[in-house]
Ligand binder design. Structure first.
Ligand SMILES: [Zn+2]
Length: 156
């Protein structure tokens, strides 16, 4: 124990008492315990968190190269899909998809992972819209061609 902790000041009359005294020698007030706590208390041992202990380790995607960091994988930007659907399907919806596909990379570069994921979802949606519209348009075009061929054959 240090020297300063061997005396305690009475809260009532401010008289200085020894810590061995139970009551104040001047006014009889019950003295508080010394401020310094004894070192007999054992520190609580740190326990390892048990939640998630039974979970299997996170599976590493096998399709990703080992050189890529795994802490924040960039969302799929669907840029190839966007370009393909723009060229072969529906130009307007494909352009929208390309715009959002570009935002996937730019937002990921700025650390906006949520915005990057949202742009990825939007790019995928518009790529499918472009694909669907283009598919319908292509089928309609083929149908008109077939009808035209049949019609021209009939009137030959
Ligand atoms: Zn006192």
């Amino acid at each position: 124990m240090s020297e300063s902790s061997e005396k305690v000041t009475c809260p009532k009359c401010q008289a200085v008492n020894f810590t061995t005294s139970a009551v104040c020698w001047q006014c009889g007030e019950t003295l508080p315990a010394p401020a310094e706590t004894p070192a007999s208390e054992q520190p609580v041992p740190l326990q390892a968190p048990v939640y998630g202990a039974n979970l299997p380790p996170a599976a590493t995607p096998t399709y990703e190269p080992q050189s890529q960091p795994v802490y924040a994988a960039k969302p799929q930007n669907y840029l190839v899909w966007s370009i393909l659907t723009t060229l072969f399907c529906c130009m307007p919806a494909g352009v929208v998809s390309i715009v959002y596909a570009a935002q996937v990379d730019s937002k990921y570069a700025t650390g906006d992972l949520v915005g990057s994921q949202n742009a990825s979802n939007t790019a995928r949606t518009w790529a499918w819209v472009s694909f669907g519209v283009g598919l319908v348009a292509t089928l309609s075009y083929l149908a008109l061609m077939i009808i035209g061929v049949v019609s021209s054959g009939q009137f030959h």
